[in-house]
Design a protein around this ligand. Sequence first.
Ligand code: SDX
Length: 389
Amino acid sequence: DTGMFTYDPGYTSTASCSSTITFIDGSKGELRYRGIPIETLATEHSYLETCYLLLNEHLPGKEELLDFDLELRHRAYIHEGLRTLFNAFPDNAHPMATLSATVTALASFHKEHLTLDNEADFHTMASRILAKIPTIAAFSYRHSLGIPFIQPNIELSFTENFLTMMRAYPGGKMKLTANGHSEIKEVEVRALDTIFTLHADHEQNASTTVVRGVASTGAHPYVAIASGISALWGRAHGGANESVIAQLEMIGSVDRVEEFIARAKDPNDDFRLMGFGHRVYKNFDPRAKILKTLQDELKEELDLDSHLMEIAGRIEEIALSDEYFISRNLYPNIDFYTGIILTALQIPKNMFTPIFVIGRTVGWITQWIEFKKDPTSKIARPRQLYVGK
Ligand code: SDX
């Protein structure tokens, strides 16, 4: 036992460290942040309240929330020198690549965060990265289109500000869409805010393991976040949300669903149903349940792609009654539903995982801080079981 990992081939039955941040009951499909059920946070609180809860171990009062909100608005800007970094990337670079690289570079602009002597230091370091990630993500997207960046607007809330930086034309005008002005609607802000909340933290998942591992070496907190971004990109992890939509588009029609379900079951075919299955949930992912309800609620208010929803619905209907999936406890996970809602918010597929990053950064930095404050924590050094000759 190296204090962070205990060797376990299954890697699921042995806790790798103790934490007070997130509780998951995989068999019951329960998720709680600092003891509060995800259902309560997603329906009764804003994403910023959830961020405050994760970082401070209690929900904010009115004044605390106002101060936190204002601080993030002021910190949303990035150094002009960072903007030139984007030019090093080809237009068709995936926004996750520019996002990870820019967050690494951000460490060089805030070397002071290598030493954090008091609560105020931890708070400033955490608020800074929370506030800048949406800006960097939106700039990454606009660079991929070759269009000018839209600066953060201090008068807008965290989530509305991100949608505006994504969708506005130069000069701050809203981008025109086929159905006219795409002024950002309150229901769009609420939907995306809920999606951020559902992604905020998730205990010791693959990318959080990487963040805590980098924390254990004493590297800068922002390079730990950049490492988490890179780990999240994989399609078995955070990249799954982009793959779900690509898969629904590839299946293309309801009457081809059975063909792909058969492929997913075929041990000789590496095709997998994206958005299905989970390392820990052997029941419905509670986040998926909340998103499914949200999707049904938004069907009227947002023009959700009914064709993709029909294909997704058919996959769910077949998979949830099929012995192969039932016997393996394979249920829809959070990624199965996010894509259809994000598409309705005019967010392109290659920005789905950056959206996951925006939501999860608070979890990563909270986990990083918890690791740093734990006097018993040691450098990550899992062992390998040598089975060679
Ligand atoms: C996230 O850990 C976290 O908390 C992650 C996350 C977070 O918030 O941080 O929740 C976010 O990453 C959600 C997961 C997103 N990924 C996907 O949707 C990709 C598709 N899912 C699979 O790749 C898979 O289900 C995993 C990676 C999610 C979980 O893999 P496991 O638990 O290691 O499952 P396994 O590989 O041991 O499979 C068990 C069986 C195998 O069949 P047998 O060998 O027993 O015959 O189930 C089968 C697998 O072939 N299986 C699937 C399947 N997932 C597992 N078969 C078809 N389609 C699938 N999606």
